[in-house]
Design a protein around this ligand. Sequence first.
Ligand code: CA
Ligand code: CA
Length: 564
Amino acid sequence: VNQVGYFVEGTKIGLLAADTTDDVPWVLKNAAGEEVMSGTTSFKGKDALSGDTLHEIDFSSYSIPGEGYTLEAAGLTSPPFSISNEICSELKHDALSYFYLNRSGIAIEADYAGEEWARPAGHITDAEVTCFKGRDADGYDWPGCDYTLDAAGGWYDAGDFGKYVVNGGITAWTLMNLYEQGWDVFGDGVQPIPEQSNDVPDLLDEARWEMEFLLAMQVPEGQPLAGMAHHKLHDEAWAGMPMVPPTEVDNDNTNEIPASGRYVYAPSTAATLNLAATAAQCARIWPDLDADFADRCLVAAESAWQAARENPTIYAGNNPGSGGGNYEDQNVSDEFYWAAAELYITTGKAEYSEYLLASEHFAAVDAFDWGHTAPLGTVSLLTAANDLSAEKKASLQQAVVTFAEQMVSVQERDGYALLIDEDYPWGSNGLILNNMLLMGMAYDISGDTRYLDAVRLGMDYILGRNALNKSFVAGYGTYPMLHPHHRFWANDPAQGYPPPPAGALSGGPNFNPDDPAALEADLMSLAPAKRYVDDIESYSTNEVAINWNAPLVWVAAFLDETVP
Ligand code: CA
Ligand code: CA
């Protein structure tokens, strides 16, 4: 079951895995242990991706709110769950708190974070970083650069201390898009953050923390590749684990000590277009809140676009080969479309509309992630006011609905109502949530409640109605994620490492797990839906990351807002 609960009106499905083909009696009990509904399961058959023989328990018609309900069948009792319209009311705030708790460059204060998660500021020395110089893993010699950047701030990307423009971009976009949806869910004073009484919506305060970092990663005027964005900033060698983020490190700005220092790495076209796209969003969101900031964003967005047009094929490589991820992407046609869409919405200029209308990605909608960003442009064009013709907008809407219709079929095929059309890629939960975002858009466009059900079924999966009987969100459910791959949340309180805070999302099952804990647990001997281990060493199944938590915020806010 969904270990948090089910909305009062709508689909309520539990699943029983039992090796019988017979229908099995089930009962629903309330918190007092009284039977309030009963029935027999409907046999679904053997589920391909989990290997489980599944029986469905449909108690959708029961709609009396309460806490502590359980399902019983075949001698098994489910974890308790609620029936309520507040299923996501706290989750959306906790999921957003993930970002404050992962801020770099600022002390995380107990007043906001809670005593356990407070820590000193991390990496304030990012205020003066220079370019990596030397030989990378591919044998390429990088020349370094004659400048330093003030790139303090931003969020740590995941379990590591890296900060990446290509993953930061989609994450900042997701939070800013949530703001642009216009749902009144994250005003000033609702989040436990230092900016909780500055008359700025707290959602935007959080997004700005990253936006400032993205802006800071742009190559300064007068330098080679001016206007491009550096791809990433991280240590030359991986930081140890577990570890509290250090406040100051030796950046080795003279590039003299091998495998030591913290650097910005070469600019890339993809990073530059991530900057162009998000800065364009920023430029239209902030004018009334901070006109100077909005202007700064607009200048950065247009100069980044120009630089990307002049340097369209600078791809990120395996540089330096350790110390951080690559976020490698050899196709940036989707990033060009996304950036053009954001710039068009903000400026109305023909240059951008001509580009996006001519793009192969216009009115193409499919699953998205940090390396495939075309749907972000489409979603923005359907979210923010712009001058596209009604006919063009209708074609974008149709594309979203067509995708949603495909995904309903995909979800129906899978025993656990998995909402992705591939077998558990790395970060499967993030991809599921991105698809849930698109289903939410489809519901808003069409009003078709099947798409709302699809989002809810997706949340049921995330919160425990899955082959592992596991809630992938820390702090939620009877069996939540406890041991994420995260340097500070190592869940060893005696040593000063807190458990994961409520609202942190695990990456989830991985068809091809590749880490020491996965090997130790022999995950490849299990069905794909079960290739997951709640272990700090399992970076390929149990890492946390900004780009996965952002759609959790978006979807939780959507579900909280959307109670028909
Ligand atoms: Ca605020
Ligand atoms: Ca791409």
